[in-house]
Design a protein around this ligand. Structure first.
Ligand code: NAP
Length: 282
């Protein structure tokens, strides 16, 4: 059974490759724009191609049974490679090519239903290939937006410190993806994925401090200042993100048990993630 991992050098895709190998998959193909630079494990077949240019994909899709589909959205591309295409159109074309090539399962990474990732799921469903939708909420790695401030001092100026959600480790997303690629019984399911506990932004900063052996102080910025600060890293998504945090301050996201139920191991806690990634904040 040949499994194609797209976005195989990305945060999640690279870990999906590792998870598949760890679970004994022996026929893993990985899609990347640069197979040499990707430096994938030697038992992985690295093939050249780019989700943003579907014309590069037929050879990569040949003989593939199951595919991990990394999220490709036109709005994330600034290179001009997909000028003139509406959001989700390229993804839909990739899915049609996968169907034409005989792929029999797509496990896609999107996000919460109804958000801007919805077009990913729409394209997958339109192509007719049996699918599993993975719908993670916020990634723990997003805490990286505090890394420069924490490296520079003990004060984190941020916004909506009381906003609470249940961020997930990308390692857990990858473990679920590998499970759904290898195991049967998940067809047409949508899995909301979160970490094991709902935590405020303030608590997350405190836990990073504990991982570093430091006491960090969280300072709430007014909305507009928060958006301006976020814009440096998030560009046009800053206002959308800040609005989401305002919403979470009033309506916290609850944790769901999906990761543990599917993988059979507890989802990574934020405190453990912070200890494992403490170097990011030094
Ligand atoms: N952060 C969150 O809270 C959150 C929540 C839900 C969903 N998401 C989504 O999850 C995704 C992150 O997953 P990820 O880190 O595994 O994947 P990624 O960073 O989006 O990309 C994975 C790989 O695909 C190729 N690629 C994708 N888009 C490209 C582009 N526009 N231009 C050039 N190459 C591109 C690159 O591989 P090669 O160069 O090797 O070809 C890249 O390493 C994001 O798309 C995000 O929207 C994020």
């Amino acid at each position: 059974m040949k499994i194609l991992v797209t976005g195989a050098t990305g945060g999640v895709g690279r870990l999906v490759v590792d998870e598949l190998l760890a679970r004994g998959a022996t026929d893993v193909r990985a899609l990347t724009v640069d197979p040499v630079r990707a430096a994938l494990p030697p038992q992985v077949e690295a093939v050249r191609g780019y989700l943003g240019r579907p014309g590069t994909l037929p050879a990569a899709l040949a003989g593939v049974d199951r595919m991990y589909l990394a999220p490709f959205l036109e709005s994330s591309v600034r290179s001009g490679a997909v000028v003139g295409r509406s959001e989700g159109e390229t993804n839909a074309e990739v899915c049609r090519l996968a169907a034409a090539a005989g792929v029999r399962r797509i496990v896609d990474l999107a996000g919460a239903k109804g958000e801007h990732w919805q077009v990913i799921e729409d394209g997958v469903e339109a192509c007719g290939v049996p699918f599993v939708h993975l719908e993670p909420g916020e990634f723990m790695a997003n805490a990286g937006i505090w890394s420069a401030q924490i490296a520079a001092g003990d004060v984190v100026r941020d916004g909506y410190g009381d906003a609470a959600n249940a961020p997930i480790a990308i390692e857990d997303i990858a473990a679920v993806a590998a499970h759904c690629l290898l195991e049967d019984g998940h067809e047409a399911r949508s899995y909301e994925l979160t970490g094991p506990e709902s935590l405020t932004r303030r608590t997350r900063v405190e836990q990073i401090g504990q991982a570093l052996g430091r006491r960090l102080t969280y300072v709430d910025l007014p909305h507009d200042e928060f958006v301006a600060q976020l814009s440096e890293a998030m560009g046009e998504y800053a206002a959308w993100y800040a609005d989401g945090m305002r919403e979470l301050a009033e309506h916290p996201q609850a944790a769901v048990p999906t990761v543990a139920e599917l993988t059979g191991r507890p989802a990574t806690t934020f405190a453990a993630w912070a200890r494992a990634h403490a170097g990011m904040f030094r």
